[in-house]
Design a protein around this ligand. Structure first.
Ligand code: SF4
Ligand code: SF4
Length: 395
């Protein structure tokens, strides 16, 4: 298969699609280095992936919003060796694109996929086996390296007899090599996942970790890594608000480069997953591989934190929710708003909001005095943000 580079892709692609794949840049963008990128930037570090025996690139490909298999292949050619997708990403299209992008090089790549169980999805063993068979077909492979239980707040699904039995059978059949889970609630899951009755399931886990709230869970990350569990950080950009901060121009390098460098500074972290939707994003994130933080990077992180401190709803936090008499899903709604406004993942955000139980939506906020506001230790205007999120996300 011909190697994909920015130049031959630009020649081949139609202009309409190109705008999307290049993240809105012009057709000449291939000749411009992104901030922090050096000519020929490639992945520099491969880390032991827990106790699996695998080596993982320190920056891995998040396929939650990718529109071309060429972008996947391009990342592989730059040394990214691990590709993270999920059954439901882009309504199943993500797995198809990962399969197409890795065609012919499947044995050189590590594939992570995930099954969600929210929104009334069945949890029976038979249904899980069937879902996995469909995923394998889309991925054009007869096995995945990792199958995670997707986005759990506690470990009840790991303990569920049907779910556990299905994942174990998939391992025995060779369709899945390793298992684990992904979570936004590291505080509520990492300490428990190392318990003797659960540890066998824990080959790798994926959790929120970034420069604005990662410090709080570093002891937990260390504890799981010491047990040989592979560790993957997500939400590394702490809201990814840099695109909406007009006055925020790093003195050197880029904000994503600094944020990835901060995360990779934790030796208990095996890799960071970054959503790569365009060639430009691949270039920018790959350039951060092996990065050691410099003084300018630290200044960039400090400036970012200052600018978003009262805007960024911490992903791992739910402190204000106990103050809400209506039990509004504040943290989830804030996260969906972040997907919409900052990540530009409008469809994903709208779908999540649609799936949210109506009782947890902020329908009573307008007439409420807003005890959630004083309950937020970070000073976010919670009520105001929820009302505007509802306006933005209602379909
Ligand atoms: S403003 Fe809304 S979220 Fe805040 S306490 Fe009142 S009902 Fe709950
Ligand atoms: S609004 Fe504040 S308290 Fe509530 S979840 Fe977000 S950061 Fe935490």
């Amino acid at each position: 298969m011909k190697k994909i580079n920015r130049r031959n892709f630009v020649t081949a692609a139609s202009t309409g699609f190109l705008g999307l794949a290049l993240g809105g840049k012009s057709a000449n963008a291939h000749s411009i280095l992104v901030p922090g990128q050096e000519e020929g930037s490639k992945i520099k570090n491969y880390n032991a992936f827990g106790k699996t025996g695998l080596k993982v690139s320190d920056v891995i490909f998040g396929a939650g919003q990718v529109f071309s298999s060429d972008v996947i292949r391009y990342a592989f050619d730059l040394g990214v060796n691990t590709f993270d997708t999920a059954e439901h990403y882009m309504n199943g299209k993500s797995e198809e694109l990962v399969g197409a992008g890795l065609k012919g090089i499947r044995d050189k790549a590590i594939i992570i996929t995930k099954l969600p169980f929210w929104g009334g999805r069945p949890k029976t063993k038979q249904s899980i086996l069937e879902r996995m068979n469909k995923s394998l077909k889309k991925l054009q492979t007869d096995y995945v390296d990792f199958l995670f239980i997707h986005m759990i707040d506690d470990l009840s699904l790991v303990k569920d007899v049907e779910v556990r039995s299905a994942y174990e059978q998939l391992k025995k059949e060779g369709k899945v090599r390793f298992t684990g889970f992904s979570t936004h609630n590291a505080k509520g899951t990492l300490a428990e996942c190392v318990k003797p009755d659960l540890i066998d399931f824990m080959d790798a886990i994926l959790f929120m970790y970034n420069h604005m709230e990662g410090q709080e869970i570093e002891h937990l990350v260390k504890a799981v890594r010491q047990k040989g569990i592979g560790t993957i950080a997500m939400k590394v950009l702490a809201g990814g608000k840099q695109g909406n901060l007009k006055a925020f121009i790093p003195k050197a390098g880029s904000y994503p480069g600094a944020a990835i460098g901060w995360a990779l500074g934790n030796k208990n972290l095996d890799c960071c997953v970054m959503t790569m939707g365009s060639f430009t994003q691949v270039d920018e994130y790959v350039a951060a591989s092996g990065k050691k933080l410099k003084r300018d990077d630290l200044a960039t992180l400090r400036t970012y934190k200052k600018l978003v401190d009262k805007e960024y709803c911490r992903v791992s936090c739910s402190e204000c929710e106990t103050a809400c008499p209506k039990r509004v899903a504040i943290s989830d709604i804030m996260r969906y708003a972040m997907y919409f406004e900052d990540y530009k993942q409008e469809k994903i955000a709208l779908q999540h909001y649609k799936d949210l139980d109506i009782k947890k939506k902020p329908l009573s906020c307008a007439s409420c005095t807003g005890p959630c506001i004083s309950a937020c230790p970070h000073g976010l205007p919670v009520k105001e943000k929820l009302l505007s999120a509802h306006q933005m996300l209602i379909t």
